[in-house]
Write a protein that binds this ligand. Sequence first.
Ligand code: C5P
Length: 224
Amino acid sequence: MVNKVPVLTLDGPSGVGKGTICLMVARELGWHILDSGSLYRLLALSAGSEADLNNVAQLADLARDMQIEYVTSGDALGIYLRGVNVSEAIRTEMTGVLASKVAAIPEVRQALLDKQKAFAQAPGLVADGRDMGTTVFPDAELKIFLTASAEERAKRRYKQLNDKGIDANLSQLTVELKERDERDSTRSASPLLAADDAIVIDTTSLDIEQVLNQVMQLVKQRFG
Ligand code: C5P
C-alpha cells in the first residue's frame, strides 16, 4: 500500500498572512508548498485584462494548458509562465481582482483541481488557499483556518506595500479587501469557508511569531 502524503491546509481570507505562515511552516518541516492563489493569478495574467469572462470553455482550457513552473532558490520562490518569470507581475492588485473573478467560475476551479492535487508529494505538503480543507484536500490530517478583521488585514497589506516602497491608500485597500471577501465568500463554487473539522485561529491581535507558534504546536500534536 502506498503511504499517504501528510497534508496541512491553511485557508483564510485575503491579507490574513497565510502566505508568510505557509512559507515559514514549510521551511521548518521541509515540506512542499502549494500557493493555490498563484494559480488563479496566473490564469488571470494569461487571460489578460480584456479577458472574456463569459467564454468559460476557453478559460477552462487555458487553466488546464498553462505551462507553469515553480523554482525555489534560497528563500525566494520564482514563478514562471511559459518560461517567463512573472513572480512580481502576478502580485498586482489588478491581477488579484481579476483572479477572484476567474476563481468564481466553477469550470475554472474544476480545471485547476488536478494541478493542485498533484502538489501532494512526499515528505508532505502545506497548502495555502481558500478551499484547501473543504474541496482540494478534504482528507487532510490538519486543517487550519486563519481569520482577522478586514481593518487589521488592510493595515497589514498597507504596511507590506509601504515596506516595498509602493504607495497605497489605507481606506481604498480596506474597501477593496471587503469587496474581494464578499466575492470569495458568496460565490457558489467552493466559497471561502472553514471546513467543519478546521481549527480556527483569529489573528487580529497576534503577531506573526505568535501565529507561527500556535500553528507549529498543532502540527507537532498532529504529525509528531
Ligand atoms: O491568495 P491570493 O490573494 O493570491 O488569491 C487570489 C484570488 O484567488 C483570491 O481572491 C480568490 O478569489 C482566489 N482563490 C480561490 N481559491 C483558492 C486560492 C485563491 O478562489 N484556493
